[in-house]
Design a protein around this ligand. Structure first.
Ligand code: R5P
Length: 246
């Protein structure tokens, strides 16, 4: 009932993000430890071998860049294309409280309608604008709206009183990692999230921007799948980064 999704979709609005400049190089060593890969069709086509059987969560929203209003997203990839690409779920962002809130929420509702025809699960990514507080009240609002519109699971951020966000959302929540922080802090955040009811993580930068990404994803797995404490997971990270098998 838990998952470690590897998020490598950042280029869709950030371009060649640090340590994801060459997606194939970043993704390849992490694949064996990811329960799914979250990416765009461009990176799937070019940077993941066709014989990889790790489930694909396909990002199907975008159309804007870091240089413009981020919430002005639309649907970039059809459900039929997601089926052709053998995706196991599709993901799109919603921007609650932002300028184009309605456009993104109606986009979610419409994607759910079309995805239902193929029993394709939909992940709503609760994207947070620069000016919005990442607190339980706001994230709770975003997650609940996503679930009400038919999302099968929701990606959010960890926050104080995260339990309240979970309680108010009738579908599973996975947490994003956000900007790179110290490894121990990221493991601690993941631990608190799953202990407070998250179904796992959809994590990117805190894995592949680490100097030891394979050790880090293994440590995150220990937290998510084995309930390792932050200290246990950090010890595992340290031992793996020194090349020892734990
Ligand atoms: C953001 O829009 C993307 O969907 C990322 O996949 C998401 O933010 C998770 O990545 P990170 O853990 O780096 O925040």
């Amino acid at each position: 009932g838990r998952t470690v999704m590897l998020a490598v979709d950042h280029g869709y609005f950030l371009g060649p993000t640090t340590k994801l400049e060459s997606p194939r190089k970043t993704i390849a060593p992490l694949i064996p430890n990811a329960d799914s890969l979250m990416l765009t069709r461009g990176v799937l086509r070019t940077s993941v071998d066709a014989n990889v059987d790790t489930p694909i969560v396909l990002r199907i929203s975008g159309g804007t860049s870091i240089l413009k209003e981020l919430s002005n997203e639309g649907i970039t990839t059809s459900i039929e294309e997601a089926v052709r690409l053998n995706a196991c779920a599709v993901a799109l962002s919603i921007f609650v409280g932002a300028e184009y809130e309605k456009q993104t929420l109606m986009g979610l509702a419409s994607v759910v309608d079309r995805a239902q025809e193929y029993s394709m699960p939909v992940l709503a990514v609760t994207a947070v604008g620069k000016e919005m507080a990442r607190d339980a009240r706001y994230l709770g609002l975003c997650c609940r709206i996503a679930a009400e519109l038919g999302a099968n699971f929701v990606k959010s951020y960890y926050c104080e009183d995260f339990k309240k966000v979970v309680e108010g959302c009738p579908v599973p929540i996975v947490i994003a990692g956000g900007k790179k922080i110290e490894e121990f802090e990221a493991l601690d955040m993941s631990y608190k999230a799953v202990q407070e009811g998250a179904a796992g993580v959809d994590m990117g930068r805190n894995i592949w921007q680490s100097d030891h990404p394979v050790a880090m994803i293994k440590a995150v797995r220990a937290v998510v799948h084995k309930n390792a404490t932050p200290k246990e997971a950090f010890d595992l990270f340290n031992s793996l980064k020194q090349g020892k098998e734990a």
